[in-house]
Design a binder for this molecule. Structure first.
Ligand code: ADP
Ligand code: ZN
Length: 294
């Protein structure tokens, strides 16, 4: 049986795995994200030490160039993360391992993992959102992973907001009070002076967080008509958010999108990842299989 390699490259850590799927992840390793050279050397070393992978899939933090016909395909492009702008991640892995390599955004590939083995099986138009250090969204439209001019940047939409209720200026270095600037983990910490994981379960922070996320979901629902929305990332570990977001999405839509998924089964419509925190790395394994088939 062929073995596949998966890499989930994040701004904090890189997770590497060898295996064939959720019931067969043979080796998993985590490396801190330091400099590109050091981090990619460790990643490549991991795969060299674990036998023959037939192909590797890479799910990368971004922004990235996901266009296979572009000269900068597989590069991280304009990231504010020090040292990482213009890093050729796919090229480094291809040159070192000499196997087919697939490359896409972390969120598109988490979506692919959820589609293959998790909460989005059988769907052709759905979203995967991560609410963590940043906010990102990906998914499929009509059975294809979402690409276009570049790739979606759902975390950076502007939101209607009430400055009297929330005077926080926002933490996005590009836009200030975009969705990510208002609702990412670092934004929560900057607003309340306490890290998101340390805030109590019953706190105004979560009412406000649910409001912003619900506003964003309403925009995405009205724009893309997803059949389901999967929400992951560290902030969504606050499981109480799900019920609050679902209720607020229904209120904001006000019956206008007249589908049973929203009117009657919102708990099956806005859901946590079926693969838990493994959507990204398992999606990367699924991407490796695709890369080998092409
Ligand atoms: P990353 O986005 O870096 O890949 P995560 O998805 O784990 O990683 O997101 C990290 C962010 O999520 C941090 O801002 C952290 O404060 C927040 N976070 C992590 N765990 C929790 C938790 N249990 N409750 C609320 N926020 C959390
Ligand atoms: Zn922004």
């Amino acid at each position: 049986m062929q073995l596949w390699g998966g890499i989930e490259g994040g701004g904090t850590k890189f997770v590497c795995a060898v295996g064939t799927g959720p019931d067969d992840l043979r080796e998993v390793a985590r490396f801190d994200t330091t400099t590109p050279a050091e981090t990619l050397e460790r990643v490549v070393g991991f795969f060299r030490g674990h036998g023959d992978v037939a192909a590797v899939g890479i799910a990368s933090f971004g922004p990235v160039d996901p266009d296979p016909h572009s000269p900068t395909f597989g590069h991280i492009t304009t990231t504010p993360k020090p040292g990482w702008a213009h890093t050729d991640v796919a090229g480094a892995v291809t040159d070192a391992l000499g196997v087919p390599v697939g490359f896409d955004t972390d969120v598109n590939i988490a979506a692919l993992g959820e589609w293959r083995w998790g909460a989005a099986q059988g769907l052709d138009t759905f979203l995967y959102l991560t609410i963590g250090t940043g906010i990102g969204g990906g998914g499929m439209a009509n059975g294809q992973l979402m690409h276009g001019l570049v790739h979606p940047e759902m975390g950076h939409i502007p939101l209607p907001r009430d400055i009297a209720r929330d005077p926080f200026e926002g933490s996005c270095p590009y836009h200030g009070d975009c969705l990510e600037g208002l609702a990412s983990g670092p934004a929560i910490e900057a607003r309340w002076g306490q890290s998101a994981e340390e805030l109590p379960v019953y706190h105004d922070a979560w009412t406000l967080e649910a409001e912003y996320l619900a506003q964003a979901l309403v925009s995405f629902i009205c724009t893309l008509s997803p059949q389901r929305i999967v929400m992951g990332g560290g902030v969504m570990e606050q499981a109480q958010l799900f019920a609050m977001i679902r209720r607020r999405v229904q209120e904001l839509l006000n019956g206008y999108v007249a589908h049973a998924s929203i009117l009657e089964d919102i708990a099956g419509y806005i859901v946590p990842p079926g693969l838990g925190s493994r959507s990204g790395v398992l999606g990367a394994i699924a991407l490796a299989q695709r890369a080998a088939a092409e």
